[in-house]
Unconditional design. Structure first.
Length: 426
């Protein structure tokens, strides 16, 4: 796994007693190595750079976090507007799956009687901690609290690719379900998977999302989709994820760019002439992250006989919205963070398509050109022939078995209808 499953936000008072700042400091130092690589820990004292404004940073970081840890002593509970605001935001955000309140020198009864502003934390997990004054006591208390926190946060026993983490998390956010509904659907359709799920740090709705994705539009996945209620404002994203789930990330990986801009021009070759299938490959390569999916269908022979230079001029014209801002080294500056993906057919033959692709990469090396080729046409060249035509840019993609592709074609319209008419809330 090359990306944390979850991000953790630690809320504490920077002007309270030494114990609070000491515990926060120790937890910051101890949580990161203890929870890495499964969790990324944010503590406001380390996340704000000189000149940054506090509130925008806090909101941005809270939006990225799925777990909150609130360090609460008498000063934080009675005088810190930031701890109150942060803990309220953590409890209210739908993306935050768990909030753990660490009560330092105060009791649960104090929350009700003395600090009613934090009464909402009573329904969250709580850890009682002693109020400390010396560094030795702070160190011991931080170690004890760390142990209690890690007991509540399971560690992954094996990794998942970044794209799978992104996809699982994103699909779970589209569900509009209560916990008992999640449990019921999971037990009804994925009882066997529950028995062997391992100890990944997923919450119940994430497990349901993962089981649906892993089933690759099989009977269990389709049955679960029928029973899930989806949020209306996330229905389109749910459809995008579900209609890409029949492809494994490892199968779509040659399309993805490891880091922007791509280290070199690339041309994945896909054995299909169906642009709908090609679009699903692109989506799957990036875990269906909306910010990275940027595709355009392109038929170089649509306007008759054209030279490669004429084709490139048309593709990058302002009319097509691909005006490319070149950097000084001739790389694509405009699209460096969001590589363009061109789905190119080859009706005029693979040889002529290869000439166009080379011209595209001379114009913009960051553009990923996905060449869609019919299997019969590909068979005339095989790997060696394609490698000779496309050179180092060539990225072969093995064809997925016909059964999985059939599931996609047979169910795509039905899945769209089910998701968008499931009756979820906005």
């Amino acid at each position: 796994m090359d990306k944390p499953f979850w991000e953790v936000f630690v809320s504490h008072s920077t002007s309270g007693k030494d114990c609070v700042n000491g515990v926060a400091r120790n937890l910051r130092d101890k949580l990161r190595p203890a929870l890495s690589p499964t969790y990324e820990v944010h503590v406001d004292a380390t996340g704000i750079h000189v000149g940054d404004k506090w509130e925008p940073w806090i909101h941005k970081t809270l939006d990225r976090s799925q777990i909150g840890i609130v360090l609460l002593d008498t000063h934080a509970a009675s005088k810190s507007k930031w701890v109150k605001r942060e803990s309220t935001l953590l409890s209210a955000r739908p993306s935050v799956e768990s909030v753990i309140a660490v009560l330092i020198g105060i009791t649960r009864r104090d929350i009700t009687e003395k600090y009613p502003d934090f009464d909402f934390l009573k329904d969250r997990q709580m850890i009682d901690a002693a109020e400390c004054t010396t560094e030795a006591d702070i160190e011991r208390e931080a170690d004890r609290v760390l142990g209690l926190i890690t007991d509540r946060l399971r560690q992954a026993t094996d990794g998942m690719p970044t794209a799978d983490v992104t996809m699982t998390r994103a699909l779970s956010y589209t569900f509009d379900l209560y916990d008992d509904e999640v449990d019921s659907i999971t037990e009804r359709f994925f009882a066997e998977q529950l028995k062997t799920r391992g100890d990944r740090p997923l919450f119940p709705n994430q497990w349901l999302a993962k089981f649906i994705i892993d089933d690759q539009l099989g009977e269990s996945a389709l049955g679960a989709i029928e029973d899930v209620t989806f949020k209306l404002d996330r229905a389109d994203h749910a459809v995008r994820i579900l209609l890409s789930s029949w492809i494994l990330w490892s199968e779509a990986m040659p399309i993805s760019t490891e880091r922007p801009p791509p280290p070199d021009p690339r041309t994945p070759v896909l054995l299909t002439d169906d642009p709908h299938v090609a679009e699903r490959y692109v989506a799957r390569a990036y875990g269906c992250a909306r910010s990275q999916i940027n595709t355009e269908r392109f038929d170089p022979s649509a306007n008759g006989e054209q030279t490669p230079a004429q084709v490139v001029a048309e593709l990058f014209s302002g009319v097509r919205g691909k005006g490319c801002a070149r950097a000084h080294d001739n790389t694509c500056a405009k699209h460096a963070l969001r590589p363009q993906h061109v789905l190119m057919s080859a009706p005029g033959g693979i040889e002529s398509a290869a000439q166009v692709i080379k011209a595209i990469h001379e114009r913009c090396p960051s553009t990923v050109v996905i060449l869609m080729v019919k299997p019969d046409d590909y068979a005339k060249f095989d790997d060696a022939g394609m490698d000779e035509l496309l050179g180092a840019a060539y990225r072969p993609i093995e064809r997925i078995d016909a059964e999985r592709e059939r599931r996609f074609h047979d169910n795509q319209a039905h899945i769209r209808d089910v998701v968008k008419n499931s009756g979820g809330s906005w």
